[in-house]
Design a protein around this ligand. Sequence first.
Ligand SMILES: O=C(O)[C@H](O)[C@@H](O)[C@H](O)[C@H](O)CO
Ligand SMILES: [Mg+2]
Length: 403
Amino acid sequence: MKISDAYVIVTSPGRNFVTLKIVTEAGIYGIGDATLNGREMAVVAYLEEHVLPALIGRDAGQIEDIWQYLYRGAYWRRGPVTMSAIGAVDMALWDIKAKAAGMPLYQLLGGKSRERVMTYAHCTGKDIDSCLEEVARHVEQGYRAVRVQAGVPGIPTIYGVAKREGERYEPADSDLPAEHVWSTEKYLNHVPKLFAAVRERFGDDLHVLHDVHHRLTPIEAARLGKMVEPYHLFWLEDCVPAENQQSLKLIREHTTTPLAIGEVFNSIHDYREMIENQWIDYVRTPLSHGGGITHVRRIADLAALYHIRTGFHGPTDLSPVCLGAAIHFDTWVPNFGIQEHMPHDAATDAVFPHDYRFEDGHFLVGEAPGHGVDIDEELAKKYPYKRASLPVNRLEDGTLWHW
Ligand SMILES: O=C(O)[C@H](O)[C@@H](O)[C@H](O)[C@H](O)CO
Ligand SMILES: [Mg+2]
């Protein structure tokens, strides 16, 4: 089945999404998510200028060879832009293969390992009390797992906390990066109180997660992990920036709090040392940013050897295409842990019709051939691209810090 056409669709129903469509001579097409939040147009240029012209005429069934061609063949390897472009191609080709086989994608991957996929919701509040109300609301909706993020006294704007009560947290909300202020001292003194309050009100069964968003040094992260042990978190996420994989060794030596990492990783090599040494518990690279199903499957298989499970990134800056493909992957992958779930708004759901369902804190995979997500190209045209940037962070003295 030869590829006859391939093109990129940029649409912004409330936020920017980049979608790749690959069409075959047989008329079967596949869809891939190429969205890289805040750097969308870099992936568009990479695809249009360097990838798509080389796809025309190739056999859409040769997913592995096309992956190797785009990865090894590019000479310049890895990096979020390259791997997001490859990820979109790979996702679209798996969609085509599954449609051609008349099977839902999870069948092609090896069939169901579970009936449903546990998700975690984002609960955010300007202070501990309002965060607890959000947790209560999500527990009522059936969630078994929640990520809790609350405002910290003395820090005006903080990662994961919505600007206004009742709103969702959305970081990419300005043309140029907004500037936030960070204080590790204030954060570390406050955050254990949040988990104490959650356990006190909701008991021991609820799974509780927290995202540090790369802000601590290894020894500070070790201290936080130790302090929150009594509240037995499901995971502590991105507690340090991890260009240096050895950072995780130091944290691991001090705490039994489970560690999740990898939403900004895009290669198995970003993880290798920390997986092989069992310094982490969950890998988070989404299919879109990690070179697609072909590459993320290798990360999951390596992780499985070391009792490490998946917990894929799933904020609203990944499109329903990536989420739909992830739900198939989650349904199959033997070492599944959890799937992040930040619901898309109604306009986004309308642009991307899909057959996955959310029920009782879990996702249920659909039975349509392929990954079950499409794009309404006419509707997509109504929402033009609008530049949106993620914030930057500075310490109270002005030093640029990790956001
Ligand atoms: O755990 C998460 O969901 C992430 O940390 C997101 O909230 C990122 O900040 C966002 O994806 C950046 O684009
Ligand atoms: Mg995160």
